[in-house]
Design a protein around this ligand. Structure first.
Ligand SMILES: Cc1cc2nc3c(=O)[nH]c(=O)nc-3n(C[C@H](O)[C@H](O)[C@H](O)COP(=O)(O)OP(=O)(O)OC[C@H]3O[C@@H](n4cnc5c(N)ncnc54)[C@H](O)[C@@H]3O)c2cc1C
Ligand code: FES
Length: 322
């Protein structure tokens, strides 16, 4: 039987079992969140052995050279010796410049990075919480326009990192983070394509960043952004969306809420239902979807049904711990 050697112990690894699942099954402490290859919070190192290529997809070449791999995507073909990540290889630091409550359950954080960071709006960073847990938050800032990194954090009941950000993190504190990561961002080259964007809750951060990047890159096609929540009080950044619509004639936004007591200026209903009711022919469109994973996967299927080319559907599902 294959063995995973980790921190002085040796664990049996079943056939078709990932390194991460082996460690979890044996009760070994190993960081993770999505278990789907998206968040990169599960990175481990195997400096002396070959790692299956799929486990290193999307990693920076320098990390691949150091033997890093996504433990949730690594199905070992032979016994492996693996090590926890070294903070210096992965983590950068940033000062909390501004912490602002923008809805009863949403914080907007502006982070001033210690070193210049190259990223695309809509990519994400993994913030290290007070207990060392890493969680992913998408970048709403535009690198060539904003000095700080901007993230929007939704409070999750009993959530380790979101509760820490809400209750403990203060302006002036220093946070550690990993990234930038992820491939959901604005692609230049087709400035006349129309764009449909659908965000639930703090998925707005991802799509606001991408929309601003597109508009500032002189995107000429129409951009329709739908932002939806259950409770209308959870809709946020209305002023920023309104100013963008005033500044750019090709930017349009609609706010939706699916709960009770919806005020007249908010559209009542579920965002994918409303967005696809308005847009039934997506041939030649680009589609961006962010936020709640079940909304994202449902809307992805609908976008294909209404004619969007799968290559032009970009998704940022906020997969959580499961
Ligand atoms: C690529 C990516 C980008 C992301 N971007 C953002 C972002 O920009 N803004 C943002 O707010 N979040 C974002 N997330 C989600 C975020 O990373 C965390 O999952 C979330 O903040 C919860 O972490 P936590 O440590 O507070 O909760 P945990 O301690 O991980 O979870 C506590 C409990 O709550 C459940 N839970 C976790 N998340 C949710 C949820 N969203 N709704 C309901 N129940 C939940 C868990 O299953 C668990 O039972 C993103 C996730 C990914 C993978
Ligand atoms: S990439 Fe492995 S847990 Fe998210």
């Amino acid at each position: 039987m294959k063995k995973i050697n980790y921190q002085g112990k040796s664990y049996d690894c079943k056939d078709q079992e990932s390194v991460l699942d082996t460690l979890i099954r044996h009760g070994a402490k190993s960081m993770h969140a999505c278990k789907k290859g998206l968040c990169h919070t599960c990175l481990l190192r195997s400096p002396s052995q070959e790692v299956p290529g799929i486990a290193q997809l999307g990693l920076r070449p320098s990390l691949i050279e150091l033997g890093y791999f996504r433990a949730c995507q690594c199905l070992p073909t032979a016994s492996m010796t693996v090590e926890p990540p070294r903070d210096g290889d992965l983590l950068s630091r940033a000062l909390v410049f501004r912490k602002e409550v923008v809805a009863p359950n949403v914080i907007r954080l502006l982070l001033d990075p210690a070193t210049q960071m190259y990223y695309h709006s809509g990519q994400f960073i993994n913030i290290k919480g007070g207990d060392g847990t890493l969680r992913s938050y998408s970048l709403a800032s535009v690198p060539y326009d904003d000095y700080c990194l901007e993230i929007h954090v939704r409070l999750v009941p009993n959530g380790r990192v979101s509760q820490w950000i809400f209750n403990e993190l203060k302006e002036g504190d220093v946070v550690e983070f990993q990234g930038p990561l992820g491939g959901c961002y604005y692609f230049t080259g087709e400035p006349d394509d129309n764009m449909l964007m659908i965000a639930s809750n703090t998925g707005l951060g991802t799509l606001l960043g991408i929309a601003r990047d597109a508009l500032k890159s002189e995107h000429k096609g129409e951009i329709h952004l739908y932002h939806g929540c259950h409770d209308p009080q959870e809709l946020y950044m209305t002023d920023a969306l309104r100013s963008l619509a005033e500044e750019y004639a090709n930017f349009h936004f609609i706010q939706c809420a699916s709960g009770e007591n919806i005020p007249p200026h908010i559209t009542a209903g579920r965002i994918p239902d409303i967005a696809f009711y308005h847009h039934k022919n997506l041939e030649g469109w680009r589609v961006y979807l962010a936020g709640n994973p079940s909304m994202v996967y449902e809307a992805e299927k609908s976008a294909e049904k209404f004619g969007a080319n799968p290559v032009h559907i970009h998704t940022d599902p906020f997969e959580d711990l499961n």
